[in-house]
Design a protein around this ligand. Structure first.
Ligand SMILES: CC1(C)CO[C@@H](CC(=O)O)CN1
Length: 430
């Protein structure tokens, strides 16, 4: 019987090329969470949470038509889950017309931190700007106050750089030059050499990163006098794969030489300690369960053949928990007014506001870490810092931005035996 089912809509990027097909692991993760919350007697007693979803292929147009089909077909949905930044942007901009909260588990674009355009948006995926306070913290730690920026001309990197520039100004860090490129980085790298850039923040997708690395090898912008900041969510051996396929002229050894010593920052998406989370599982328990589900859909997990979105799977799992907890809170409030979530309609602003404030006050330990949202609906997250030492990534530390607390393991290595300078030191011979 339908009157004890609470329905939500979901949009997952599964098929198609280009963008992020993270729904491949995120949809199974969301399903695990539905199973778990529906097995909890203390959550939404007497009700079952049901997810109706379809594939967006990370295409905003297809995502919009999936949303319309979810909204114009019964049963009535209470909120929407979405993935890619482009789809989340389209869905979140429209959803307010149906008084629906949108919860994005795979959207990193800084443009989404905008309550004017997206009044009902929340995301368990941190914004790409979450790297910036960490980059500033490291510059201060190593005494670098003169840095350069090299970025690919993509919306997500353009808005991330704008945030980074503002933070550099606030912290008296000079940006000696900001170079951008579409697909060929050679001119941009030449300008970095000309400006004697030493500490460079690089923002690009992984294919462009391989082209940058080979270019900095050819132009000698690597080694003991330089420090590169790269994005940390590329696959671990990213600088040694696909060289022939992508027309990279450098050898493996040259790529390794150029990559040696670079620093990466990334948002933590898997809870790091062995604490039991709200589901009763640790994040490693969750990994085991997810791996079992993925093996059953023929992913060769034991040979590291992961579906796309594996890294972000905890964000989708925790998104469903956020919904269940918010609905649970809202149910209790409505009952005191003699109403239930079943009476929600797309024109019911009052219940929509109840759901919004319940989501807004989310705070629990999930498999992706503490789940809480900023006033813009952004995920509050820890970041992780690594460095390539002898060709492999070594964890250097973690940064808690809210607490301004840097946990440091003192593992960093500088090939010149000391921290590289951010400029040429002119010694005055007296
Ligand atoms: C860390 C990454 C790969 C950043 O892009 C996200 C996808 C998007 O923002 O569209 C998924 N997670």
């Amino acid at each position: 019987e339908d009157d004890n089912v609470l329905h939500i809509g979901g949009i997952f990027p599964i098929g198609g090329e280009g963008g992020w097909q993270g729904g491949q692991a995120c949809e199974p993760a969301a399903n695990l969470a539905l199973e778990d919350v529906n097995n909890r007697k203390d959550l939404l007693p007497g009700f079952t949470l049901k997810l109706h979803w379809n594939d967006s292929e990370c295409e905003p147009g297809l995502g919009a038509s999936v949303m319309y089909n979810l909204l114009y077909n019964k049963p009535q949905k209470l909120m929407l889950l979405a993935g890619c930044s482009t789809v989340c942007t389209t869905v979140a901009e429209a959803a307010k017309m149906w008084n629906l909260v949108v919860l994005c588990y795979g959207a990193s674009s800084p443009a989404l931190s905008d309550r004017t355009r997206f009044p009902t948006l929340f995301r368990t995926h941190p914004s790409a700007t979450v790297h910036n306070p960490t980059r500033i913290k490291l510059m201060e730690k190593f005494g670098w106050s003169r840095v350069a920026i090299l970025q690919q001309a993509e919306e997500v990197f353009i808005s991330t750089v704008e945030d980074l520039e503002a933070r550099c100004k606030e912290n008296q860090i000079e940006i000696v030059t900001r170079q951008s490129f579409l697909s060929d980085p050679s001119d941009a790298v030449r300008n970095l050499v000309r400006q004697d850039a030493r500490i460079i923040v690089g923002l690009f997708y992984v294919v462009a990163a391989r082209r940058v690395l080979c270019e900095i090898y050819h132009q000698g912008l690597y080694g003991k006098q330089y420090v590169w900041f790269f994005i940390g969510w590329y696959e671990d051996n990213w600088f040694e794969v696909n060289l022939e396929k992508e027309g990279i002229t450098c050898t493996h050894d040259q790529m390794r030489a150029a990559a040696e010593g670079h620093i990466t920052t990334e948002a933590l998406m898997w809870n790091q300690n062995n604490q039991k989370t709200i589901s009763g599982m640790t994040s490693e328990d969750f990994r085991e369960r997810l791996n079992d589900v993925l093996r059953k859909s023929n992913y060769d997990i034991d040979n590291m053949r992961y579906p796309e979105g594996y890294q972000e799977a905890p964000l989708a799992y925790d998104a469903v928990w956020s919904v269940a907890l918010a609905f649970n809170k809202t149910m209790a409030r409505l009952q005191s007014r003699g109403r239930t979530l079943k009476s929600f309609t797309y024109t019911d602003k009052e219940i929509a506001d109840d759901i919004y404030s319940a989501i807004n006050s989310t705070q629990f330990l999930g498999v992706s870490g503490v789940v809480a949202f900023s006033s813009q609906g952004d995920r509050i997250a820890l970041t992780q810092i690594e460095q390539v030492i002898n060709g492999t990534y070594v964890k250097l530390g973690y940064y808690d931005i809210q607490a301004d607390n840097l946990t440091w393991f003192n593992k960093e290595k500088w090939s010149g035996g000391k921290v590289p300078q951010d400029r040429t030191i002119v010694r005055r011979v007296l």
